[in-house]
Design a protein around this ligand. Sequence first.
Ligand code: DI6
Ligand code: FE
Length: 397
Amino acid sequence: MLLTHATLATMTAGYGLIPDAAVVIEGERITWAGPMAALPAEYRALPELDCEGRLLTPGLIDCHGHPVFGGHRAVEFELRLQGASYEEVARAGGGILSTVKATRAASEDQLLTSALTRVDQLIASGATTIEVKSGYGLTIEDELKMLRVARRIAGVRRVTVKATHLAAHAIPPEYKGRNADYIAEVAIPSLRAAHAEGLVDAVDAFCEGIAFSVEDLRPLYAEAQALRLAVKLHAEQLSDLGGAAFAAGLGALSADHLEYLSDAGIKAMARAGTVAVILPGAFYTLRETQPPPIAALQAAGVPMAVATDVNPGSSPMASLTLAMNMACTLFRMTPEEALLGTTTHAARALGLADRGQITPGLRADLCLWEAEHPAELSYRIGATPLHTRIFGGHPDD
Ligand code: DI6
Ligand code: FE
């Protein structure tokens, strides 16, 4: 297939803009990209899709999300608006634990049906690859149930799903005050079982005062490394527990949130090549006031990804273009950084070397936008100017 007359943002060096460009796709792969004038003659006879000047970018990648869960948390939203903090709600047994109750009560089919509403919104915002975390089951069986749902999504939607084990997301009531027992008796065995079933691509945890300390997490991350699984971590979202440096020390793909990241954490991430995943939806929803240290991350050369963190509590948002808008307006990231954050750098945060840019050899996951300039994707609030999504070389109907 031949795409012609595109305004191409290859995302290979900044936007990597090429006006009036062509892209050649053979099977699932990109085989050529460049100016129309340089298109080799051998490709001119391929079936053509005329982009009519529209913007063509890599398919967007949501590298941090929790779209599988039972119920919703609108009541907690009201409580927080009346003054309760996210941590107070969590400590009173609401928050993540109320979603755990609803997720345990839901069947695999019910979880799939409700997750698909969010997945469809992500796809409508341009996603071709998404991450799906467990973490609302918190028993061996319920964590496996969530991860099976994550795998089933890719069977019923045109999207790549990376499944992340997040049993260390919260301490369930039956383990209250016994973090080490929970890690030993639920988190590690569920990881082993999920890995044996081929259900897990990476391991994550919530490193926070209301969840797990670095010390709690050491045995789980040792197990992840023994299984040769990639690791990442929710770190420094509400306080600084040194999570990012711990994760970077293990060669983590990413450390995520990072509002309270220290200079030592930044240095450790830069040294390890760990991606900083910026999650403005949670910052916005929780009305946080301390932004992540964007300028210091830039100065240290830490690649930044941007993701939705779609979840029922801190980020009920399933739009990547809205996440990009928030990253710019709330954190002063540039629209170019925001788009790198949902393409090139998001691919790296998921350990995917075969996507995130438009260059020969990579997967032909592309988005054609009703836009002329890539800054438009971040500029409009909550708009989804998607014209045509191309997944693995095939346009959506
Ligand atoms: N940090 C978050 O922002 C989400 N998980 C986490 O560890 C929130 C999850 C929730 O509130 O349901
Ligand atoms: Fe999260």
